[in-house]
Design a binder for this molecule. Structure first.
Ligand code: SF4
Length: 96
């Protein structure tokens, strides 16, 4: 249903016939870590997230998985693979 308080007219899964069913009956403002994210939008209560109603919770466990401005860097070790050995290994695995 369409939100009628924080983001009037915007489709929201938390808006029910009885009003906003999110904790505290409202979205929460974005937090400092959200600065620069493309999902920050202006609501009637100030800056809110267009993807999640409680931005602070998204950062409690580390990086927000919806963030557009920060990405998790995964470093992989430089592993050299001999293509011939890899091919033989793959063929042996198929036989099993
Ligand atoms: S997607 Fe994450 S980082 Fe971006 S505004 Fe929402 S809570 Fe903040």
């Amino acid at each position: 249903m369409e939100c009628q308080t924080v983001l009037p007219g915007r489709e929201c899964n938390f808006w029910a016939k009885s009003g906003c069913v999110h904790t505290g009956s409202s979205c929460k403002n974005t937090v400092e870590e959200c600065e620069g994210c493309d999902r920050v939008i202006e609501g009637t209560i100030g800056k809110v997230c267009s993807a999640f109603p409680a931005p602070a919770k998204k950062w409690e466990g580390g990086l927000c998985n919806f963030a557009t401005h920060k990405k998790l860097e995964i470093k992989t070790a430089d592993v050299k693979v001999n293509p011939l050995k890899a091919s033989k290994k793959a063929a042996a695995a198929k036989k099993k």
